[in-house]
Design a protein around this ligand. Structure first.
Ligand code: LLP
Length: 434
């Protein structure tokens, strides 16, 4: 067992941190810092474990769709395609990237609370498998666009099931006060379904919910499945229409620090399948095709970010700032959510963590921190600093603030390093300037 938060991390004979067996200090030297490093084999293992749980507990009558907002680039869509899973996209940019690797469009779910006309047209022209409609305006627009393109749009509805997901307020989405989806308890969802069923160019296939992110309990997922099956039953009884698909979203928690206690991924499908099967039997419903949308849990534990330590500022009786050559541009999650991470001085990974510091980024912004109260080996200028479990919502949320070029992404597969995304250059920074 690894002593680190992710099982692909270890310490080698030089006392250096390794990822997927490769020396992180060597990687930093060869490719420069800041640097994202992803373990492709672990990503694939996660894809398989979700897919197998669908096969084992739900007889394969479903589809795992990787929520690609967590980490999106051509290499990642290729992996999802090869592993036989689908994807969730939320923008023309993500959809376009997927088309670049010929991703099978019938396995794509298109999400978003305010998709543009351009994006909706693009989705139907590419025949994406499911467009997850968020509101009536979008439904009507889609009906019109589908008529123009000469197709029927296959849609699901995003529903707010009113389930409390016990997670950070910023990533909670299932409650009534949310910008996403149709409310259940007010009857809004039911009325909207009635309307969708009456529209000529709409094929209404199912209902979707996503209750939040970084959730460690199985209970809220079971509760959400329960509530959604209630809606399916109501639609059958009152509208004589059998909904055939149920999408339960993502949100499965991962281990960022010692205090996080994730549930084995297969356990979610085990319990959710049990609930759905029992409810169908009890209420005389057909088993729906189930979709799930794990994002973070597929990629977060597979990634780390490497930095080089620069200035160190000791403010007596206050704190010590250890500054690195990246920051909120490549990882805005501490600035946004105070998200906690584990940190390791990669070239001293065998040493005890004998200091407590604030890790600061390089941006002109006091809030540009990667962590406070961070336990760390004594850091010195030139050390390589690793931030662990950064594979999700880091590269995908990165920006060019202060006109800092984005770091590259390396993918390690079977001991081989591939550059999945090149480091941005200064020319890239001015590419669109006139
Ligand atoms: N499905 C839908 C409809 C979603 O909105 C999301 C995430 C997922 C699936 C995937 O959730 P996951 O399995 O990754 O938890 N930027 C935040 C997370 C925002 C999540 C947004 N939606 C963060 O860095 O924590």
């Amino acid at each position: 067992m690894s002593e680190f938060v992710s099982k692909n991390l270890a310490v080698n004979e030089k006392g250096h941190l390794t990822i997927a067996g490769l020396d992180t200090v060597d990687l930093a030297k060869e490719y420069g810092t800041p640097l994202y490093v992803m373990d492709e084999d672990l990503i694939r293992e996660h894809c398989r474990s979700f897919r197998e749980s669908m096969e084992k507990y739900y007889d394969g009558a479903g589809l795992v769709c990787y929520a690609s907002k967590a980490f999106s680039c051509k290499a990642m869509y290729r992996i999802a395609k090869e592993e036989g899973i689908g994807i969730d996209v939320v923008s023309a940019g993500e959809l376009y990237t997927a088309t670049c690797v010929d991703f099978p469009m019938d396995k794509v779910c298109y999400h978003g609370n305010n998709k543009t006309e351009f994006e909706l047209r693009m989705a139907i022209e590419h025949k994406v498998g499911r467009i997850i409609v968020d509101n009536i305006y979008e439904l009507e627009l889609l009906n019109k666009l589908a008529a123009e393109v000469g197709v029927k749009a296959r849609i699901m509805y995003r529903i707010k099931p009113g389930v409390d997901a016990h997670t950070h307020d910023f990533v909670k989405t299932g409650q009534i006060d949310s910008k996403f989806g149709f409310a259940l308890e007010t009857g809004e969802a039911f009325d909207a379904i009635k309307k969708a069923l009456s529209l000529e160019n709409i094929e209404f296939v199912g209902v979707h919910c996503h209750i939040g992110s970084q959730i460690f309990d199985i209970a809220p997922f079971v509760e959400a499945a329960n509530v959604m099956m209630g809606l399916i039953k109501q639609v059958k009884t009152e509208l004589n229409h059998e909904i055939t698909e149920l999408n339960l979203g993502g949100g499965f928690g991962i281990k960022y620090t010692e205090t996080d206690t994730p549930v084995p991924y297969a356990d979610y499908m085990d319990k959710v399948s049990e609930t759905v099967k029992a409810l169908c039997k009890e209420r005389g419903l057909k088993l729906p095709f189930i979709l799930i949308e794990p994002g973070r849990s597929i990629v977060a534990p597979a990634g780390i970010t490497l930095y080089t330590v620069g200035g160190i500022k000791e403010i007596p009786n206050i704190r010590t700032y250890v500054s690195v050559d990246g920051g909120l541009g490549d990882n805005p999650r501490y600035a946004l959510y105070k998200s906690e991470y584990d940190f390791v001085v990669a070239n001293k990974a065998d040493k005890a963590k004998d200091s407590v510091v604030t890790v600061a980024g390089r941006c002109c912004e006091s809030g540009d921190l990667l962590g406070e109260g961070v336990k760390l080996q004594t850091a010195e200028v030139g050390d390589t600093l690793a931030v662990l479990a950064t594979g999700a919502y880091n590269y995908s949320m990165s920006s060019n603030y202060n006109r800092v070029p984005k770091p590259p992404v390396l993918m390690i597969s079977k001991g081989e390093v591939k550059v999945a995304v090149k480091r941005e250059t200064l020319e890239d920074i001015v590419r669109n300037d006139m």
